[in-house]
Design a protein around this ligand. Structure first.
Ligand code: GLN
Length: 297
């Protein structure tokens, strides 16, 4: 599999993309990072679980979409349990490593089935900091698998570097279990107050809506994506990695005719550019600080 040989240029931002067990969107995810200037490595989960690949060699850990374990027991549930309970030879679970990874200031992204995994694991929204599930994703209100384009609005309260400078975007959804349920007034109020409900489904005018099909699943708060309280962990039901080029959009020809100067980048690419640029600037700041420290000592 491409990229499995490991890191070629450690100076480049490194994205690790997990696959296996029915995940099926890893190539698009890798393409997104490569277009954004990062190096993307696709690795089977077993390689990481068995300790042959360390997530700590990477800057961004990514859980792609698909049908892990055939959606048995609910989408993302089996994989989340594996991450929480399966110990490697050193007696550590992958969740132990992921917690350390986040504490080290690194980033985690989950798309669709990947988002479901992060929610079932409790990494999103993780209000308590204890990584226990606080919300859930379940069957769409329509009772059907939804495969359509939607419009999203970014919550201006969100502090996540993934969403910096983005106001709205169009992206496709394809899922059966995308309905976010937030139980308990307090949990809901805290998510809203902290802007963790970072993306909302909107109508054509850009107003958040619960009206089907603009809102494809009936999610609470019309919510399409969440971050944790640090903004380092981000997940969403729609697929930004499926809109990297204007030509991915079903209406591209008419739009290009009406506006020949239209950018040929898809809306989804900005997310990946954002996080890659953020890691670059973090590194530059760290290098300057180190230089200043060396100079003064
Ligand atoms: N595209 C996906 O990742 C789908 C996620 C999940 N299998 C669902 O149907 O809800």
């Amino acid at each position: 599999m491409e990229g499995q040989q490991g890191i070629n240029n450690p100076k480049t931002v490194q994205a690790l993309i997990l696959t296996g067990f029915g995940i099926n969107c890893e190539e698009e995810f890798a393409a997104a990072y490569r277009l954004a200037g990062a190096e993307a490595t696709i690795v089977h989960l077993n390689e990481v679980m068995h300790g042959h690949v360390s997530i700590h060699d990477y800057d961004i850990l990514n859980f792609p979409g698909g049908f892990s374990f055939g959606d048995d027991l609910g989408s993302g549930v089996v994989l989340a349990n594996k991450l929480r309970h399966r110990k490697n030879a050193a007696g550590r679970t992958l969740l132990d490593d992921i917690k350390q990874f986040i504490a080290n200031g690194k980033f985690v992204m989950g798309i669709c089935n990947g988002f479901q995994v992060l929610v079932k694991l409790g990494l999103l929204p993780n209000l308590s900091g204890n990584v226990t599930p606080e919300v859930t994703l379940t069957h769409n209100a329509s009772g059907r698998y939804e495969d359509r384009w939607v419009r999203l609005k970014v919550n201006p309260k969100s502090n996540s570097p993934f969403l910096k400078g983005i106001d709205s975007m169009e992206v496709p959804v394809r899922h059966g279990e995308g309905r976010l349920i937030i139980k308990g007034e307090e949990t809901l109020a805290e998510i809203e107050a902290r802007g963790l409900n970072c993306l909302a489904y909107t109508d054509y005018d850009g107003s958040p809506t619960d009206v089907y099909p603009h809102n494809p699943n009936g999610a609470d708060l019309n919510c399409a994506g969440l971050t944790d309280t640090t903004g380092q962990v981000f997940g969403l039901m729609p697929h930004p990695e499926a809109f990297l080029s204007l030509y991915n959009h079903p209406d591209w020809a008419r739009r290009k005719r009406q506006n020949p100067g239209l950018s040929e980048e898809g809306d989804g690419l900005k997310l990946f550019r954002n996080i890659v640029e953020h890691v670059h600037s973090q590194r530059a700041t760290a290098a300057t600080q180190q230089e200043a420290h060396q100079f003064s000592s």
